[in-house]
Design a protein around this ligand. Structure first.
Ligand code: HEM
Length: 509
């Protein structure tokens, strides 16, 4: 009896799976979207099982070679649609309908709540409207001082390894600098990560980032329930550290709210969102958090929890991504001496020869060649190499009907190396982004910061931070092509399994 029931159950599951798959596949076939052969229940799960963070880009390239830039894929019962086609990316990224993130992002929820990165629908619209002025250029202008000071600390920390022969993995040092920068600008607190890497908050951010990166690639760890059963220690460690970060952020928010209320009471309060540009951030430096404390929705201020999810989102989105961007840029500069020479010349012309002179917004804006170098580095090594969406209802994109409940993956890494848009795509050619060739770049083929309504809200912040840090390092050191080549891997963001290596030699001038 039991065996018969079991057989009946398996047959029912297989039949339901077959019928559902047939419906979804019908849409894909009609749209001319093909993909690898599937098997019952697993879909293409068996094709993915041997893949790892290191091989994922090769796998995607093979799929593009076999099926074109639009690919259908099945992971168990979930249908997926991957695209590296700039026209399709334009349709997806410009759509006001396709703004929900795919299920992989759920793993970040226990840390980030439903802050701007993860929210959708009305909540996302409201929050995006409130948070946009947070990145007002007057506020960014004050942050340039933080970028400069913290990148000076980074240079200082690297001096003892700058002997011209030691191989330095640039990622960890950059990560601590990026954490110092984002903590001071987002929360208004100095955590001194570079000088005290053991500070509990810094450790928690690093632990949670690395466990989440691991979960991202390990299907058994992805679901909370499974992780709790099969990896109880890691699960506990993850949640203890998330709690410790939340406690820290809560403490900072309470402190800043009290300070704000006190300043209102004693008449020293400065408005953050005055229409008069001169008022914005003209006195004490304002942190992103202060702007949120003064924001209202329907006349009501945001609660501490609302603010915490946004501040945590800044902390997450604003440190690993810039770390990846800065380290890969320094790596590429080290391996292209002519580019380095031209950059150094530009830096001396704009900033001068005094290494201790602080750099302001004006100088950063004048470093035009550096901007081209960073953009080209983000093209070859985009910190966010894939973007996910989920369609919750049938939707037509670039003339193709994509069925409801499909996870969409934008293959940014491959789109950025598409020879149709970037001739000689594997070559590092910063001049692609020169002012004279501006019109040649298609904004939907070049999407390291995404594009459309859900693009990166911190893009300007990130570009200024990267320019500040890279120029500071180049003022102090010549970068040398030492150490192993990078081996890009997808671990939440783009990292390298071999480190991001270079040598450093003190500059004398
Ligand atoms: C090189 C550095 C950076 C890169 C390459 C980058 C890239 C991106 C990308 C590709 C997205 C879209 C993600 C998606 O749709 O799933 C995004 C969103 C976002 N980024 Fe960045 N980012 C960087 C730095 C920053 C910084 C410094 C901040 C904040 C200080 C920030 C805050 C955000 C937020 C809040 C979102 C969500 C926006 C929304 O959904 O409305 N990012 N970023």
């Amino acid at each position: 009896m039991l065996l018969e029931l079991l057989l009946l159950l398996v047959t029912t599951i297989c039949l339901a799976d077959y019928l559902y798959r047939r419906r979804q596949n019908g849409f894909f076939e009609k749209a001319g979207i093909r993909g690898p052969r599937t098997i019952p229940i697993l879909g293409n799960g068996h094709n993915l099982i041997r893949e790892s963070p290191k091989t994922v880009f090769d796998l995607q390239q093979r799929l593009i070679n076999d099926f074109g830039k639009n690919i259908r894929i099945w992971v168990l019962h979930e249908s997926g649609f991957m695209t590296a086609d700039a026209r399709m990316m334009e349709a997806i990224l410009s759509s006001q309908q396709v703004i929900t993130k795919d299920s992989l992002y759920d793993m970040l929820q226990s840390w980030l709540g439903t802050g701007l990165l993860l929210s959708t629908g009305k909540k996302w619209h409201t929050r995006r409207k409130i948070i946009t002025p947070t990145f007002h250029f007057k506020i960014l202008e004050q942050f340039v001082e933080v970028f400069d000071q913290q990148s000076a600390v980074m240079a200082e920390q690297l001096y003892d390894r700058a002997d011209g022969k030691t191989v330095v993995n640039l990622f960890p040092a950059t990560c601590l600098a990026a954490l110092d920068i984002i903590a001071e600008t987002a929360m208004g607190v100095k955590i001194n990560a570079q000088r005290q890497p053991n500070f509990p908050y810094v450790q928690s951010v690093n632990i949670v980032s690395s466990i989440t990166a691991e979960r991202f690639m390990n299907p058994i760890q992805r679901l909370d329930g499974w992780m709790r059963v099969f990896f109880p220690r890691v699960y506990r460690k993850l949640h203890e550290n998330i709690k410790s970060m939340h406690d820290f952020t809560d403490g900072v928010i309470e402190e800043r709210r009290e300070a704000l209320q006190k300043s209102i009471a004693d008449g020293t309060h400065q408005a953050s969102q005055s229409n008069d540009d001169a008022d914005v951030g003209s006195k004490r430096r304002m942190a992103l958090l202060d702007v949120l404390l003064q924001s209202t929705v329907g006349g009501e201020p945001l609660s501490n929890e609302d603010i915490r999810e946004e501040v945590d989102t800044f902390m997450f989105e604003g440190h690993d991504t810039t770390t990846s961007g800065i380290s890969f840029t320094l790596y590429l500069i080290a391996r292209h001496p002519q580019v380095q020479a031209q950059l150094f010349q530009e830096i001396r012309e704009v900033i001068g020869d005094d290494k201790s002179r602080p750099v302001g917004m004006r100088e950063l804006n004048e470093l035009k060649y550096l901007e081209c170098v960073i953009k080209e580095s983000l093209r070859l090594y985009p910190p966010v190499p894939m973007i996910g969406r989920r369609v919750t209802q049938d939707v037509t994109l670039d003339g193709k009907l994509i069925p409801a409940n499909t996870n969409i993956i934008l293959l940014t890494y491959h789109a950025l190396r598409d020879p149709d848009y970037f001739p000689e795509p594997e070559k590092f050619i910063p001049e692609r982004f020169s002012a004279e060739r501006k019109g040649e770049i298609n904004p939907f083929a070049y999407t390291p910061f995404s594009a459309g309504p859900r693009n990166c809200i911190g893009q300007k912040f990130a570009m200024l931070e990267m320019k500040s840090t890279v120029s500071k390092i180049l003022r102090h050191f010549e970068l040398l092509p030492l150490g192993e080549e990078v081996q890009p891997q997808m671990n939440l963001i783009l990292r390298s399994s071999t480190g991001i290596n270079a040598g450093l030699k003190k500059r004398v001038y």
